[in-house]
Every structure is written in C-alpha cells, then in structure tokens.
Design a protein around this ligand. Structure first.
Ligand code: UDP
Ligand code: MG
Length: 314
C-alpha cells in the first residue's frame, strides 16, 4: 500500500523540518510505503529550499510549487491531484494536526471506512475570536447545508483512492474540500483529538481568508440564502394583506382614518412584497444555475452487480 501525505505550505520555513521528523517517525511504524507531497502555495521565505534540501536526502519527498499564492483549499486540491497513494492524508504543516493521529485513522480505514476525519474537541493556542467564529460557522453551516458536514472538523483526514478519484473529477472552482468530501459520501467516520498550538510562525488564515472560506462553504452547499428574499417577500405581502383588511374594517365601522395613509401603506407594502417575491423567484433559478455550473456528478457508484459494468472511463 502506498500512503500519500499532502501538505499545503505557505511560509512555513521553521515548521517543514520538525513536521518531516514527526511524520517520518509515524510512517516508520506503518506497514506501508509513503510519499510526502508538499504544495508550496507561493511562499516568500525559504520554505521551498527546505523542502528541496529534504528531497535531496529522502526520495519519498515530492513537491508542487505554485507560481503565486492561490489559497489553502486550492493547494490541497493540487496535492490530491498529484498524490498517487491508495490512501491520502491531508495535514497542515504547522503541527497543529498531530501526525501521530494518522495511526488510528489508518486503523479505521482498515476496518472498511473510506474517509476518516479528525474532529477537534479542544483547540490550544488560538484566540477566543477564532474559536468562537469557527464554532458558530460550523453550526450555521450544518443547519444550512444540504449534506451533513461534520462540525469542528478541518481538512485533517485520510481518504481512500476512490474518494480522491471522485474529488479530482469534481470540476467546481470554489473549493470547500471538507464539504465536497461529505457530499461524496462513502463510509465515513472520525477520530477525536485535541488540537495543539502552532509549532512556529503565525496563522496564514487572516479574517479575510476565513470569511472567504466560510462563504465558499455556504454558497457551495446551500441555497438557503437565496430563499431569504422570497420568505421576506411573503411576509411583507402578508403584512399588506392584513393591513388592507384592517383599513377596510376601520372604514366599515366609520372610525376616523387619516386620509391617504392607509392607501400609501398598502401600496408600499404590497409593491415591496411583490418585488421581494420576484427576487425570490430569481433566487430559485439562480440556485439551479449555480448547481448546474458546479457540474458535480449526478451520483457516485461504489459498485454494481456486474463486474465489467463501469460508469467511468478512467
Ligand atoms: N496555507 C496555504 N495557503 C494559504 C494559507 C494557508 O497553503 O493561503 C497552509 C499553511 O501553510 C498551513 C495550512 O495551510 O500548512 C493551514 O494554515 P494555518 O495553519 O495558517 O491555518 P489555521 O490553522 O490558523 O486555521
Ligand atoms: Mg494552523
């Protein structure tokens, strides 16, 4: 069995060597061949030199060097594209994801699971702001998303070759890998761990990138926000309707009504409602267009009764 370890790196110069040491110690204990696929996501420090120096000593090391920074999710996608393993580990370079966890993860794979992700039960050395926004985001996403995306789970996981093949064939441009893997299905399970603090350096995920990731996650796996306009529209139109009845009742019983006020309110609420409902209709179409543009496979087959019946032409 060949195990690929995919490692996206952006300015991780002080972490490359310690990560390599810990990873090698772990894979030593495994009954598997191994390759390390570093994806250098436009580092401006000496990260790439460090990787090259390691490669000179250890031929299991491979790297993909980006022309500039394309972002973490794209770096992971590139790593998966280049990985040749029967199982692929995705791991951060800053040692926040303990490499030792790969051992129990692979054990689960041997039990027949095709995806084993790592769920954090505790995060060390991160700001309360990051912890709370992350917590909130995962719970929001779980409510909105059309597939079950596990909470408190990053990209640290092991996936089988079959899952990786489907992932490579998903042509969508907005990558949210943990969502894609949930969407793919197969047998998935998790192990829990306590997330360590960063070994060295600062986070490469500033608020701007975090927001971007959150939006990619929500827009990629939910059309609920598109329905907001329609819901608001029906509420507004409903309010106009109630108002109409109320004004008619007032008129009928001869109560004094400010001339013009009622008709103004009714027209405003009614038109507002109509407009929001129309935007909601557009939203429904847009949701379908965006699903079509993502061009995901309609279904994924694990196996069929006929051994030579194949749904893909790899
Ligand atoms: N990373 C990357 N490109 C980016 C941002 C991050 O390749 O644009 C890498 C980074 O080097 C690290 C991993 O992605 O190996 C996770 O980033 P980081 O640890 O900074 O994120 P955090 O743990 O703070 O959420
Ligand atoms: Mg980190």
């Amino acid at each position: 069995m060949l195990l690929s370890v995919v490692i996206p790196v952006l300015n991780e110069e002080p972490n490359v060597e310690p990560l390599y040491q810990r990873l090698s110690a772990v894979v030593e204990t495994l009954d598997a061949n191994c390759e390390f696929v570093f994806v250098n996501d436009g580092s401006t420090d000496r990260t790439l030199e460090k990787i090259k120096a390691l490669r000179a000593k250890d031929s299991r090391i491979r790297f993909v060097d980006f022309s500039r920074n394309f972002g973490h999710q794209i770096a992971v996608s590139a790593g998966i594209d280049h990985a040749r393993g029967d199982a692929i580990v995705i791991i951060d370079a800053d040692l926040q994801d303990p490499p030792e966890l790969i051992v129990p993860m692979l054990e689960k794979m041997r039990e027949g699971y095709e995806v084993v992700y790592a769920r954090r039960v505790k995060r060390e050395g991160e700001s309360w702001f990051k912890k709370w926004t992350a917590k909130f985001f995962y719970r929001l996403l779980r409510r909105l998303a059309s597939v079950e995306i596990p909470v408190d789970t990053g990209d640290f996981r092991v996936i089988s070759k079959e899952v990786a093949d489907v992932l490579r064939a998903m042509p969508e441009k907005q990558k949210f890998i943990r969502g894609q893997i949930s969407w793919i299905g197969f047998r998935q399970t998790f192990v829990v761990y306590e997330r360590d603090a960063r070994h060295a350096g600062k986070t490469k995920y500033p608020l701007r990138k975090m927001l971007r990731l959150a939006l990619d996650g929500i827009t990629g796996f939910s059309t609920v926000p598109l329905k907001f306009a329609a819901i608001l529209g029906f509420l507004t139109a409903g309010l106009a309707f109630v108002l109409i009845i109320w004004v008619l009742v007032l008129k009928a019983i001869g109560a004094p009504v400010e001339p013009g006020w009622a008709s103004m309110m009714i027209v405003i609420l009614f038109l507002g409602g109509v407009q929001l409902i129309c935007i909601g209709i557009l939203g429904e179409y847009l949701g379908r267009v965006s699903d079509a543009v993502k061009n995901r496979p309609l279904y994924i087959v694990r196996q069929t009764s006929e051994p030579n019946f194949s749904t893909d032409d790899k």
